[in-house]
Design a protein around this ligand. Sequence first.
Ligand code: FPP
Length: 276
Amino acid sequence: MPSTTGPVANAEHLSACTVPHSESLLQELKSRIDADRVPRHVAIIMDGNGRWAKQHGEHRLVGHANGVRSVREALTAAREIGISYLTLYAFSTENWNRPTEEVNALMDLLVKTVVDEIDELHENGVRLHAIGDLASLPESCRQTLQQGIARTAGNTRITLTLALSYSARWEIVNMVKAAAQQAQAGTLDPERIDENTVSGLLSTHGMPDPELLIRTSGEQRISNFLLWQIAYAELWFTPDFWPDFRKSHLFQAVLDYQQRERRFGRISEQVAPPTP
Ligand code: FPP
């Protein structure tokens, strides 16, 4: 089995990307972002690690290993422009159906990444958080996550949420069960259930809904991610594979988000700023 713990093989040989990487263009993109209208919560479906690896003649696991750099880039970029919540779809309920070798390697990579990065995350004010069926993760993974979460619990600059063994339908089933149990116990009046009740029983309770959802690799699907929470999210897709994702992608996505008119069912004249 190829090693994924070496010097992140081939991290530097980027394939052609649709978003420029040069430092000057990066700064130019960043300077165009309106600091007053940055989304509070950005969610990302990280996709295309396997295809990236194939394109580079590597094993799929090398694609995952290279995806770690992109996680760092996305987090740094989000922090730099004042995004408060970044949620990453790191392992779906459906991903358990992958070959055991790949599942184990992904779990090992998660543990290694959290162990390697936790000091820097903490120093940079990142609060680590996780959602999903965490009980289904291997013990080592759960423990490492719990330690990282406890250590960074007091940080306030940005919350990095890893969705692990997560699917939105799993989450909704759990929410319905919790509501039914509370109703049965007499602590929840079914007549008084509203959207806030539902939001409060989801694993994302306490977080604002994502205003922007990004997916890499050219796929234009939601794949069972945050179905309730993305009701009004703007969607941004890039053909680039996740291991090629850089800060410039996030900046471009935020710029495009800021160009869009978010009407929430109203008409344009109701949401447009008044002309001077
Ligand atoms: C999707 O690519 C990616 C995943 C299922 C795993 C994401 C994991 C990482 C980026 C590793 C590091 C993450 C953390 C949080 C430490 P794919 O395998 O579905 O690619 P394909 O569609 O091209 O096969």
